[in-house]
Write a protein that binds this ligand. Structure first.
Ligand SMILES: Nc1ncnc2c1ncn2[C@@H]1O[C@H](COP(=O)(O)OP(=O)(O)O)[C@@H](O)[C@H]1O
Ligand SMILES: Nc1ccn([C@@H]2O[C@H](COP(=O)(O)O)[C@@H](O)[C@H]2O)c(=O)n1
Ligand SMILES: [Mg+2]
Length: 468
């Protein structure tokens, strides 16, 4: 490995940043005010990775491997090659004298405009470059949508400080010169239709000097140096692991260590897509909501205390395991929370489930109007069930009641499907020792205090009372 050990340097890469969404700012409704505004928390930018290295060092291969491992995330690759200037007729006639490895060969201003747009959540059309015709006006252009991770790859991607400064992580692919040359000969003859003499001539005239003068000097900017490129699976795994941590960690989770957002996968995103779609039938809504609820409940149960337990297996061996926490109960917030009871019963045989009914009084307050809770609730760990955490006002009412009944704050686990940041702020500030488990953090609340993007009135959609 190069002078920088991947493990040491990976943590040093700057900035963090996840945003699952890129939208115009919603107006902040006048509810109990969080100290972190939507502005601060939610107009987040993508994580930008730069990948530099000599030609044929394996940059594209490394990027493909990273993207392959992160296929459940929104990742997009932007090649510096796309920003090669189109040659003029005069340059075309003397193409063998053109230096494609000099920084001036690229339209860096256009690259900057494109990355700035992506960074601010706008889709862009990127030129396609044709190595045979030396033109970048191949139609149709490539449409690139805003993503959570943007990978910028190219021989001179670290050359311009303005581009470098946009990057949260910089990777240099370090492959021996002879290996690069061998690969280049193979690639340029097979893919670009060039003959060996031309490839070697270009290499000695431009490629090698430019590597020494412009590319190698940018290695010092790298946070991570990958020797052997795509063959270095350890380095690639570490990079992916680091990215996963960054992507899975919503900024709210950093503010509130007791907030747990379950790791997103394509399956989970798919289920969310279905239950959020206004056109989804009641049958499908219930089916996919139930699947998600089950995941949240299982995840929540993972936060309960356990005791160690050993059992003897049928082979007579000892299995050292754990025993579930026994003194549990569920409490559902009527009516939506009742949709979560079956999942809890399916996971915890014979569990007692209490109920709370809270009535919304206009926009300002909530009133508790019914409660039926196990008498010994103070001795139990309580799984509080409500699929949506919006303003946080109902949750505050429900949690306050549990505390009044003697349930210790750390014994309360609030399970929901989606949480608005406002609700998270309100609940976590007031009850810093409860745990919240959710499957997605929302953008915010609209003027009517409804969660957006949200999924509408959960109870009506789940219990089928939204029919005209
Ligand atoms: N580890 C490797 N072993 C063998 N061939 C490789 C390896 N990595 C890349 N190649 C090949 O070398 C060529 C250049 O690799 P590529 O990833 O496109 O490099 P770059 O993007 O840095 O120019 C490609 O033809 C690719 O298939
Ligand atoms: N018309 C062109 C444009 C570029 N090159 C060479 O491509 C190399 C950069 O691409 P990588 O995928 O290897 O990073 C660079 O060395 C240019 O010389 C070319 O040959 N013809
Ligand atoms: Mg490449």
């Amino acid at each position: 490995m190069g002078s920088n050990a991947v493990e040491d340097l990976i943590e040093a890469s700057s900035g963090v940043h996840y945003s699952g969404f890129h939208m115009e700012q919603p107006r902040t409704p006048e509810i109990e005010q969080p100290t972190t505004s939507i502005d601060d928390s939610f107009h987040k930018q993508p994580f930008i990775i730069g990948v530099a290295g000599g030609a044929a060092s394996g940059k594209t291969t490394v990027c493909d491997l990273i993207m392959e491992q992160l296929r459940d995330q929104r990742v997009v690759l932007v090649n510096q090659d796309s920003f090669y200037h189109t040659l003029t007729l005069e340059e075309l006639t003397k193409v063998h004298e053109y230096n494609f490895d000099h920084p001036d060969a690229f339209d860096t201003e256009q690259l900057l405009r494109v990355v700035e747009k992506l960074k601010h959540g706008q889709a862009v059309d990127i030129p396609k470059y044709d190595f045979k015709s030396y033109k970048n006006d191949v139609f149709p252009l490539r449409r690139v949508n805003p993503s959570d991770v943007i990978i910028l790859e190219g021989i001179l991607i670290f050359h311009d400080p303005r581009v470098r400064d946009l990057m949260n992580m910089k990777i240099f692919v370090d492959t021996d010169a002879d290996v690069r040359l061998a690969r280049r000969i193979r690639r340029d003859t097979a893919e670009k239709g060039r003959d060996i003499a031309t490839v070697l001539d270009q290499y000695s005239k431009f490629v090698k000097p430019a590597f020494d003068d412009f590319i190698l000097p940018t290695k010092k900017y790298a946070d991570i140096i990958i020797p052997r490129g795509g063959d270095n699976h350890v380095a690639i795994d570490l990079i992916v692991q680091h990215l996963r941590t960054k992507l899975g960690q919503h900024d709210l989770c950093k503010i509130y260590p007791n907030l747990y957002v379950i790791q997103s996968t394509f399956q989970i995103r798919g289920m969310h897509t279905l239950i959020r779609d206004a056109q989804t039938t009641k049958h499908d809504f219930v089916f996919y909501a139930d699947r998600l609820i089950r995941l949240v409940v299982e995840h929540g149960l993972g936060h309960l205390p356990f005791t160690e337990k050993q059992v003897i297996t049928p082979t007579g061996s000892v299995y050292s395991g754990v025993d579930f926490c026994k003194r549990l109960c569920g409490v559902s917030v009527i009516r939506s929370g009742e949709s979560m009871e079956n999942a809890l019963r399916a996971c915890c045989k014979g569990i007692k489930i209490g109920k709370i009914l809270i009535h919304r009084e206009g926009d300002n307050g909530q009133q508790l109007i019914y409660e039926k809770l196990p008498l010994d609730i103070a001795e139990r760990h309580v799984l509080l069930l409500d699929p949506i955490l919006g303003t946080g006002n109902s949750a505050v009412q429900a949690i306050s009641l549990l505390l009044k009944k003697g349930v210790p704050e750390p014994n309360i686990l609030f399970l929901n499907l989606i949480s608005a940041p406002q609700g998270v702020h309100v609940v976590c500030k007031r009850f810093p020792r409860i745990k919240i488990v959710t499957s997605e953090i929302e953008i915010g609340l609209n003027d009517d205090f409804r969660v957006i993007p949200g999924m509408g009135e959960f109870g009506d959609r789940y219990f089928g009372t939204d029919d005209d």
